[in-house]
Design a protein around this ligand. Structure first.
Ligand SMILES: [Zn+2]
Length: 561
């Protein structure tokens, strides 16, 4: 047993009491409601805008570099072509074109480039798509590092209470203060993010490290322990949850149901009516007017309320489940929420070309219902809360769980009639949700017994690499090869070999990536086959530079085929 685990450094198997257990830390995140003072309410939106400007500048620059790499490859196909991949931002500062950038602290601008680098790194690792241009709706926060803020202790003049405020600015030149309401414990972080939501409310969020008394245990460790339990004990500690779309609730195998409170449902319905009314009113208002802005804010408030209710439900449910000491495994269906709420495909009559009904309106209602139940979020919250308590959350295949009999395993669509379940073979009767939860529980136990969870975890899934009809990849600059809004100038020759470039080499950072994924290039060479495909893609921006002769040859080739 020890030999099997010795190379995994599993702490729980350390039996020597004289040895102190290794200390683990956990990154915790906090988000508090905040109230900046009058000066900061003026200054912070400007900082947000400048940080966004740098971010967008880096996005545009990166796209330009991608185009340049492809152009250069066409003239010299065998040379490795690299472009800079760094956090420089000085090229965007210009006394004539962007004088406002000189009015904000340089750390704010640097953090804009830093945020872009974070997004770019995620892309190079295959975890996200290329960073895209942001606007004031989807980039409404500013990241402030510790040179520009400090927590100060103040006494409330009215109540006499001692609380903390965040002072923004350098120690020598403070600009203003942000009051915040801490609803949970926190520690001083290295950086904070101040955000103004669409409803006009301010929030301050940050992460900090918490030192755990006991180290966190891995999935493999917990699964190994659970697999050693006998059948009865394992069944006792397993709880399965079935997610019911129709009634919009969660049901477990013990017969409990988790649902929003009646008053919350009523309020949500009322707010929804109001939101629709405001939405109609918004459509009549003149664009850019202050009335329209006010109306948009009212709509945002209604959305915010609904989001708060859903998040609260997910937190309360996951806490109730995770803090129940009876259970050690939670089984959930492996549902692809993003795929389930996708819009249905447009349907076209093959003869007339007319557009047919595709059930989009019905699907919208179902999507709303799926999103309202906050499934994905409940699962995410439960996962981390369970992990902190040394428990396990597993996902099991959901197929036919509502039609399968929990007693005999017979699968038939006729077994289920709305919320009643009666087995056609053995006559087992139950509430449909509870039957489904019991089926899921059986599947979870099978999963634990199979030992699959004790293996090393699978590598994280990468972003889907899609190809359009022209055989051209749709990621990166291929689809966005537009000229830059701010001309950065070429800072270095194309073939520079800085460490940053080496880090940007997808082959280096993603050694196990399959073929086409390596071509998601950023500061790196594009594969030869990819390059050939790209050269045949005249609709894309860089295709404009294709010479007339090349174009004619291509057309001739196509015709001869
Ligand atoms: Zn049966």
């Amino acid at each position: 047993m020890y030999n099997r685990w010795c190379n995994l450094k599993i702490h729980s198997f350390v039996t020597d009491a004289t040895q102190p257990l290794p200390v683990d830390t956990l990154q915790l995140g906090r988000r508090f409601r905040a109230w900046p003072d009058e000066v900061l309410r003026e200054v912070l939106p400007r900082w947000i805008g400048c940080q966004r400007f740098i971010y967008n500048g880096k996005v545009a620059e990166d796209r330009l570099f991608a185009v340049m790499r492809r152009m250069a490859l066409r003239s010299a196909p065998d040379e490795a072509i690299t472009t800079p991949l760094d956090q420089q931002y000085s090229q965007f500062k210009s006394r004539e074109l962007s004088p406002w950038l000189f009015e904000v602290p340089s750390q704010i601008l640097r953090n804009g480039a830093y945020r872009w680098m974070g997004a770019k790194t995620r892309q190079l690792r295959g975890l996200a798509k290329a960073p895209r241009m942001r606007n004031r709706n989807n980039f409404d926060s500013v990241m402030i590092t510790k040179e520009l803020f400090r927590f100060v202790r103040v006494t409330d003049p009215v109540s006499g209470e001692v609380c903390e405020e965040i002072e923004i600015g350098t120690a020598a030149k403070p600009i203003g203060r942000i009051r915040f309401k801490a609803t949970q414990s926190w520690a001083v972080p290295n950086s904070i993010v101040v955000r103004r939501g669409a409803s006009g409310k301010w929030f301050v969020s940050f992460t900090f490290e918490e030192v755990l008394e006991q180290p966190l245990r891995t999935t493999a460790e917990i699964a190994y322990e659970l697999n050693r339990l006998d059948n009865a004990a394992l069944a006792e500690v397993t709880l399965a949850l079935d997610r019911n779309v129709r009634d919009n609730c969660l049901a477990d195998n013990t017969g409990r149901q988790f649902d929003l409170k009646a008053i919350e449902r009523e309020r949500l319905a009322r707010k929804e009516v109001g939101r629709q009314r405001h939405q109609r009113s918004l459509a009549r208002k003149q664009k850019g007017s202050s009335n329209r802005r006010k109306c948009a804010r009212r709509i945002a408030c209604k959305h915010e309320y609904a989001a708060n209710v859903r998040r609260n439900f997910a937190h309360q449910t996951s806490h109730q489940l995770a803090s129940d000491d009876t259970f050690r495994i939670y089984a959930l269906e492996n549902l692809k929420v993003a795929a389930m709420v996708r819009r249905p495909k447009a349907k076209q009559d093959p003869q007339t070309g007319r557009w047919l009904r595709n059930g989009a309106a019905t699907k919208t209602g179902l999507n709303k219902s799926i999103l309202d139940s906050a499934w994905g979020r409940t699962k995410d919250f439960l996962s981390y809360k369970a992990q902190r308590r040394g428990k396990l959350v597993v996902t099991v295949p959901p197929h036919y769980s509502s039609q399968e009999c929990a007693a005999c395993g017979h699968i038939h669509p006729g077994n289920r009639n709305k919320d009643r379940f009666v087995c056609h073979r053995c006559g087992f009767k139950a509430h449909a949700d509870h039957n489904a939860a019991q089926v899921l529980k059986k599947r979870a136990i099978t999963l634990i017994r199979s030992g699959a969870l004790e293996q090393a975890p699978k590598p994280r899934k990468r972003v889907k690499f899609t190809k359009n009809k022209l055989g051209c990849d749709t990621s990166e600059a291929c689809s966005d090869a537009r000229p830059m809004s701010v001309e950065p100038g070429v800072r270095r020759p194309l073939a520079s070999n800085t460490p940053a470039d080496a880090a940007g080499e997808p082959g280096a950072s993603v050694p196990d990536a399959p073929g086409p994924q390596r071509a998601i290039a950023g500061g790196a060479a594009v594969k030869r086959s990819q390059k050939q495909k790209l050269a045949l893609c005249p609709e894309r921006g860089f295709g404009q530079s294709e010479s007339r002769r090349q174009r004619e040859t291509r057309v001739l080739k196509r015709e001869s085929v």
